[in-house]
Design a protein around this ligand. Structure first.
Ligand SMILES: [Zn+2]
Ligand SMILES: [Zn+2]
Length: 442
């Protein structure tokens, strides 16, 4: 399934101020100068912009809207101002997303789940263009009884020029029982109550062998075992936990009953729940991108001092996509390729485990095709972990490739190969020169 963020701010949309844009331009130009970027080279500029990624851009200013694509189904969580951009993309026939769901043809269908009806979670709905195309249909799920009424009320004449009754698409409302579990769009979806003024609900989605939990607008003021156990269970083993980290820890203690939490509390809860990725979400509208990045760094630093396993911490920002269950593999495991004397060198770093095997196989195949060679040297000095899954794919690759050599095996990985009794099966060298000579002589 594909998870995507369309709005990650809390409370009220918070567009960048002109002064902030100016500061970003200065920061970007300074970095470009340090890196010696050639401003006459268009491709170099585009590469630089891609590398600069988050720092040079922004978490965005829109309020809560998240989508999950599961097969041919689309699930939307909340209709904050982020849903307006989702609607615009769905209405653009050139856009692949639009082509997948056909809302622009009046043949679209989506599920919308509401966590609660505070403004920042419903205010984008009247601006969601697919609503005004006859033929489109929506199944709306909610736990609070008042959700249909609130959606109608925010479009009364005092607040908006069009009435809810003027929406052309068809709606079906489904009130969920608190704590229930249903099957929708090929997923099992359960809910639980979050402590928040007027209550909010978290949704746990299990599909495609992955688990995503949307748990925004939540306060955890009692951090004792008895109160937290319920959340640990609900968030247990999630691939992604979307967590309300609007406040600092200090604010979360002082602003009691405001209904929000902090990144550090999220880090502890994610750890206790064996969560793989903690997504910092519902950013305070007054927080700058730099402040949010600082919170990210502090949270990572805080976690580093704890025992394994640790969740990866990521800032949720507009446009961020996470493919599940392959989540995070890009950062866990990396491959860098270069060619010397007709031999492909592939440097593997990080965890060589179950998430890495398919990518490794694809890479080997592609390298052999691209360089028309069957000589490959795997450089392993940066492997942090080698598991049985990694060994298995190494053995399979070696079976097909008699000119596969391993160099720079870390002591721990070598020990694992010995336990598996496969060391004799590989050509192992201390350094790449020796491996290169051996492969080219044979
Ligand atoms: Zn909110
Ligand atoms: Zn709220």
């Amino acid at each position: 399934m594909l998870l995507k963020f369309w709005g990650t701010r809390g409370s009220i949309p918070a567009p960048l101020r002109p002064k902030q844009v100016e500061q970003k331009i200065i920061q970007i130009l300074e970095t470009a100068a340090q890196k010696g970027l050639n401003l006459a080279d268009g491709q170099a500029i585009r590469d630089f912009a891609t590398d600069f990624a988050f720092q040079g851009t922004t978490v965005g200013g829109n309020t809560t809207c998240i989508t999950l694509e599961i097969g041919n189904e689309l699930i939307i969580f909340d209709a904050g101002s982020g849903i307006r951009e989702l609607g615009n993309q769905l209405m653009n026939p050139q856009n692949p997303l639009a082509q997948r769901f056909n809302f622009f043809k009046g043949k679209g269908h989506a599920y919308i789940f509401f966590t609660h009806t505070h403004w920042d979670h419903i205010q984008g709905l009247p601006f969601f263009v697919p609503l005004y195309i006859p033929g489109n249909s929506f199944d709306i799920y909610h736990v609070h009884e008042h959700v249909p009424k609130a959606l109608v009320r925010q479009m009364e004449q005092d607040f908006f020029p069009l009435q809810f009754s003027q929406i052309s698409a068809s709606f079906r409302f489904h009130q969920l029982e608190e704590g229930s579990k249903i099957e929708v769009a090929g997923a099992m979806i359960s809910n639980t109550e979050l402590k928040h003024p007027g209550k909010a609900y978290a949704y746990r989605v299990e599909a495609d062998d992955a688990i995503v939990v949307v748990a925004t607008d939540a306060e955890y003021n009692d951090l004792g075992y008895a109160k937290l156990r319920k959340y640990w269970n609900f968030y247990a083993n999630a691939d992604v936990l979307i967590f309300d980290s609007m406040f600092s820890v200090q604010e979360s203690f002082v602003k009691e009953d405001w209904g929000h939490s902090s990144a550090l509390i999220g880090a502890d809860i994610a750890r206790e729940s064996n969560v793989k990725r903690l997504l910092l979400f519902h950013h305070d509208p007054t927080s700058s991108d730099e402040e949010i990045m600082r919170v990210l760094e502090e949270t990572q630093e805080y976690l580093k001092r704890k025992g394994q396993p640790l969740p990866e911490v990521i800032v949720a920002r507009e446009g961020l996509e996470i493919n599940l269950p392959e989540v995070g593999t890009a950062s866990d495991f990396q491959m860098d390729e270069y060619v010397r004397n007709g031999v492909v060198f592939l440097k593997l770093s990080g965890k060589f485990g179950p998430h890495a095997t398919q990518r490794f196989k694809d890479q080997i195949e592609q390298s052999m095709k691209t360089y028309q060679t069957n000589k490959i040297i795997l450089k392993l000095e940066s492997l942090s972990e080698l598991t049985t899954a990694g060994i298995r794919v190494l053995v399979d690759t070696r079976r097909k490739l008699d000119k596969l050599a391993l160099v720079g095996i870390p002591a721990e990985a070598l020990q694992v190969l010995e336990w598996a009794s496969v060391t004799n099966f590989f050509l192992i060298f201390d350094d790449e020169e020796a491996a290169l000579t051996a492969l080219n002589v044979k």
